[in-house]
Ligand binder design. Structure first.
Ligand code: BG6
Ligand code: MG
Length: 220
């Protein structure tokens, strides 16, 4: 294993549990369109872009809409989502994340964000976490969504490190596939069954230190 020089973090579901707010907003859109959208359906939206999420939502509702109508709905969904984001609290940062970021910095490891969300900078700001990140690559910067590796490759390039010197932290299958396609090490954050393609799966950041994590990756 090469020396690890950078950690690249996904945002939604890794740093903060925003999936519930994405769900509430999409559910309101589904209600408006007149079909049911369940938490189970919502799993399919994790890690995928806003427009792709809308396509999946419409697939669930068996609906076909014109592009202009779709754009209006995506904008409306984002307005609904932002109502939740404006009241987001620091207490909603997932357990152990802040300490993990601090310790990572202390070890001299660079930190990037690699998120599909166009709201990522706003969310980091609200959580008071922006200053931990050397580089932020979000949904505004990329042309190809995860599972394409673009978001992470841009992150590595901006940090001036090679993919093999990077560890990606992801909670979604699309993100894990993106990290693998980018030839980076990948840590799944969540349940082993959903994230088995990752090099290592952790339950959360309160379970181990960055130092212990690197040790475990070396043993793989
Ligand atoms: C990802 C989320 O991080 O960002 C997805 O997991 C979401 O659920 C995507 O659709 C895009 O987010 P946004 O904030 O640009 O609508
Ligand atoms: Mg995620």
């Amino acid at each position: 294993m090469k020396e690890i020089k950078a950690f690249l973090f996904d945002l939604d579901g890794v740093i903060v549990d925003t999936a519930k707010y994405h769900y509430l907003a999409w559910k309101q859109i589904a209600d408006q369109l007149g079909f049911e959208f369940t938490l189970h359906d919502n799993e399919r939206l994790k890690g995928v872009s806003r427009m792709r999420s809308l396509d999946i939502l419409l697939e669930v509702g068996k609906m076909h809409l014109e592009q202009t109508e779709k754009e209006k709905l995506a904008t409306r969904k984002n307005e609904l989502y932002l109502q939740h984001i404006y009241t987001l609290q620091k207490t909603e940062i997932l357990p152990g994340v802040t300490a993990f970021l601090k310790e990572t910095r202390g070890m001299g490891i660079k930190i990037a964000l690699g998120s599909a969300s166009k709201n990522a900078p706003l969310i980091l700001e609200r959580l008071g976490l922006t200053s931990f990140f050397d580089v932020i690559i979000d949904g505004n910067a990329v042309s190809k969504a995860k599972p394409d590796p673009e978001v992470f490759l841009q992150g590595a390039a901006a940090l001036k490190v090679s993919p093999r010197e990077c560890v990606v932290f992801e909670d979604a299958e699309a993100g894990i596939e993106a990290a693998i396609a980018g030839r980076m090490y990948c840590v799944g954050v969540g349940s082993e069954s959903a994230l088995h393609k990752a090099n290592l799966v952790i339950e959360g950041f309160n379970k181990l230190s960055p130092h212990e994590l690197l040790q475990k990756l070396r043993e793989e």
